[in-house]
Design a protein around this ligand. Sequence first.
Ligand SMILES: Nc1ncnc2c1ncn2[C@@H]1O[C@H](COP(=O)(O)OP(=O)(O)OP(=O)(O)O)[C@@H](O)[C@H]1O
Ligand SMILES: [Mg+2]
Length: 460
Amino acid sequence: MSSSEPPPYFNISPDEALRQLAPPTGTAGFAEIAQACTQGRNDLAGRGLDAKGSKSLRLFSTWEITKYLIPVAPAHFRRVLRQNESLPQGRSETAGGAKWFTLDEVLRLRAFFAAEGSKSKDYQPYRPKNAAAKIVAVANFKGGVGKTSTCAHLAMSAALDGYKVLMIDLDSQGSMTSIFGGKVEDEWQTVFPLLARHYAHTLQADNQRRLDRGEAPLPLDDTLTEALTVRTQDIIQKTHWPNIDLIGAQLNLYWSEFQIPVWRMQSRGWKLWDALTDVLQDDGVLQAYDLVFVDTPPALGYLTINGLSAAEILLVPLGASFLEFDSTGRFFDMLHSTFQSIEEGENTAARALGRPEMGFEWDAVRAVITRYDGGQQAEMAGLIQAYLGRTLSPYRQDFTALIGQAGESVNGIYEADYRDFNRETYTRGRATFDETYAAFKTLLLGIWRREELETLSEAG
Ligand SMILES: Nc1ncnc2c1ncn2[C@@H]1O[C@H](COP(=O)(O)OP(=O)(O)OP(=O)(O)O)[C@@H](O)[C@H]1O
Ligand SMILES: [Mg+2]
């Protein structure tokens, strides 16, 4: 802009402005806009899908496997493959070119090295025997702070590392579900029926007491009756990652936010915060996975409360800016009052009945700086560090252009083919998410080890 030109908001003609204006929008206008978005979304989401309309995961090269996935030197890797014809041999695009493998094949190779290779190497990630899956929730009521990105990347890193992962999407926006190519028709393929089932069991127990007192039982409506037949396994879907499964979300899941308080009014004794934990436990899901990641909506509603109380590790992403720090502080304040009021309610009743009191407990709670720009935010990040101390994860996840830049069907660093990027950009982008995972894994292993030692000392 030359200095002689007026700023763009001067000299706007009302008549010209009117000419550009469309007629007012009514309610139906939203439907039209939504329709246009759905059309666009489906077109975009359809790109890069296979013939069955499913997502597929890219292949992994020998370079990537030996650098990032299995701790073995490339020459040794090739030798072991040559000597064991029954192992996956990979495929190459040109004669004598680099060999590429599916993740399933990588997992088989890793299992082979773990069984046959040097016992001093970490071919398989640590996990105490018989330990239940660790549940990790990612939450912050501030929107757009990187919850879903962090959650998805941690899940993918953990899967590449050899863990078996279940994702639970509690956000009716369904971003995590899109990332993993989930197909969700309605609320019956979300956690909704699981929560309903938990409530239905409470109502049945209440009704038994009503009958014992000679009172009329409350009827179970169609929704509750049907929910009684749903098991977690029925709604878990496979994804294009061989070792990541998904419980998806969709707009209708939001209905739970209205339904849950109605149920709670009807049955005061319903421990709604235990619903998700109890159902996962009762259905044996926690024995079938190593890690469960829960992505939550940017709100502290009933679904988030359920996710947070099921979680043993709570991660709270935030950007290193004043506004995000400020609102994250309020989020912790809300967590305190929400869980305290649940504890008070429960413990008042428990004391009256002479029963033991309850209290929520998390193995670890960590704030995680995301989208960090070292050039602009070092001072703010330092301040946040000073105020939060050990609650802040030691690693700051950098802002990286790799996110959002990859193709429509590709989500994040681990799904992207490194050949599509400048090697330097790729290496730096990947490093920041690898470090985010390393900080998380340190936390996880510490917690698992603590439990393992406790079990040993109890047994001995
Ligand atoms: N490390 C990063 N570098 C660059 N962009 C990032 C990074 N992490 C997240 N983003 C981008 O920031 C935006 C918000 O991220 P994301 O959707 O993960 O946030 P969210 O907290 O889950 O949002 P919501 O509150 O809506 O659920 C997205 O466009 C995402 O691609
Ligand atoms: Mg999100």
